[in-house]
Design a binder for this molecule. Structure first.
Ligand SMILES: [Fe+2]
Length: 222
């Protein structure tokens, strides 16, 4: 099950939601049913069909916080934005946003290397499932379609759901970070969770299940 890019981009174009960019993170909650279990989602955010793109918000550009790489990154992931396929089990997830440079302007051509666990909390360490690289568009936009990652044990405690991302762009410091899910009860107490790295939940839509989240990256100029 895949959310369409059109729907995500539409959701990203909403003025009220776009103002979440960079610094302010709303946290419509995911209500979870325990570790690794199925998730239900917060009430739907209405997604009008014909909203024109809003002007860019007044950004307060603070560089995105870094976060640990973890042990499962693999060099050389294929270039693709669709990380899941028809055989992938889990709750559909569409995430995206914009990449901004140190001058607070949308940054085209940034490379995002994205990887995350499957719904059972396992990484594909032999192949490329749920791994991909993509490049931000002319307006800095990026998006990924996949499934909501599961949690996995780190010692005696589950890590909260998260998506790993490494960003690289000419003239900017490389960034390695993780995106978290608002309302995950395992966020609290996780040694690496940073509130500013929580996705802003902007869906599911009225007719589309799954999780839609927005995140805007700000890279520091070198
Ligand atoms: Fe991880």
């Amino acid at each position: 099950m895949t959310l369409s890019r059109r729907h995500l981009l539409r959701s990203l174009s909403l003025g009220g939601l776009t103002t979440l960019a960079a610094c302010t993170r709303k946290s419509a909650a995911i209500a979870d049913a325990g570790s690794g279990g199925p998730a239900s989602f917060a009430p739907t955010v209405a997604i009008p069909d014909d909203d024109p793109p809003p002007p860019l918000p007044d950004l307060v550009c603070e560089p995105t916080a870094d976060n640990i790489e973890g042990p499962f990154w693999k060099r050389g992931a294929p270039f693709r934005a669709q990380l899941s396929d028809a055989s992938t089990r889990g709750i559909a997830m569409a995430i995206g946003g914009q990449v901004f440079g140190g001058d607070c302007r949308p940054l085209a051509g940034a490379t995002l290397d994205v990887w995350h666990a499957d719904a059972a909390g396992d990484y594909d360490n032999t192949g490329w499932k749920l791994r991909g690289r993509l490049t931000s568009g002319a307006d800095g936009r990026w998006h990924v379609d996949s499934v909501v990652p599961g949690r996995y044990l780190n010692g005696s405690r589950y890590r909260p759901r998260h998506v790993h991302v490494k960003l690289a762009a000419r003239g900017h410091r490389a960034l390695t970070t993780q995106l978290y899910f608002p309302g995950d009860p395992y966020n609290d107490g996780d040694p690496w969770f940073v509130p500013s790295l929580a996705l802003a939940q902007v869906g599911p839509g009225r007719d589309t299940p799954g999780f839609w989240g927005r995140f805007d990256f700000v890279l520091e100029a070198t």
